[in-house]
Ligand binder design. Structure first.
Ligand SMILES: NC(=O)c1ccc[n+]([C@@H]2O[C@H](COP(=O)([O-])OP(=O)(O)OC[C@H]3O[C@@H](n4cnc5c(N)ncnc54)[C@H](OP(=O)(O)O)[C@@H]3O)[C@@H](O)[C@H]2O)c1
Length: 169
């Protein structure tokens, strides 16, 4: 049976993901949730996210870097020229598969809605802030909320949203 394709992201109401190559905020509780979700998992990341996420190799995570160029990677990792190739690398490995950004890898994963079981682990970060990288449109899809933990940090909301294959896309 095909594994669930997980996406994990923290976004503002205006879908801001990042600014100046990093995160526009610092929320330790959100980073702890990210670590807990992705520990031991295969993590598909664009080259810039791999650059920005200094601890991507920790907690047993196995990054697969999407990069169409020959620019050097910050640390050694399997490299794939596009999203389908990265997914094929991940499928050959055991464990959960998480798409961890940036914007094109998320868009490529969301484009599989309806064809593949997706699960979106979203952190909503308020208030709105300026940014230069955005998460794709996501709330037009017929997600089903799943129970999850509640954030203690003011301004953070944790959501777990499920979209089985065949549920529309
Ligand atoms: N808030 C969050 O949850 C979150 C999560 C992740 C990242 N971020 C933030 O988002 C920013 C990074 O994201 P980003 O969207 O700018 O960059 P990114 O997707 O991480 O990296 C972009 C690079 O990845 C490669 N790439 C991505 N998709 C590709 C595809 N479909 N085919 C071929 N190559 C592809 C290309 O590498 P080459 O140039 O080598 O071809 C491209 O230049 C940072 O600010 C980071 O902190 C935030």
């Amino acid at each position: 049976m095909q594994r669930i394709l997980h996406l994990v992201a923290a976004i503002t109401p205006g879908r801001v993901l990042g600014r100046d190559g990093g995160l526009p905020w610092r929320h330790p509780e959100d980073l702890a949730r990210l670590d807990a979700l992705t520990a031991g998992a295969v993590c598909l990341v664009g080259r810039r996210t791999h650059e920005a996420w200094r601890s991507v190799d920790r907690h047993g995570r196995r990054p697969v870097v999407i990069s169409g160029s020959e620019l050097p990677l910050r640390s050694p990792a399997p490299r794939a020229a596009n999203f389908p190739a990265a997914l094929a690398v991940a499928e050959a490995l055991s464990g959960d598969i998480f798409v961890c950004g940036g914007s094109r890898p998320y868009a490529d994963a969301l484009a599989l809605a309806g064809q593949r079981h997706l699960r979106l682990h979203l952190t909503l970060v308020e208030p709105e802030q300026p940014g230069d990288v955005h998460f794709p449109a996501w709330d037009h899809l017929p997600w089903r909320p799943l129970p999850g933990i509640r954030a203690m940090t003011p301004g953070l909301t944790f959501l777990t949203l499920d979209l089985p294959a065949g549920a529309g896309g």
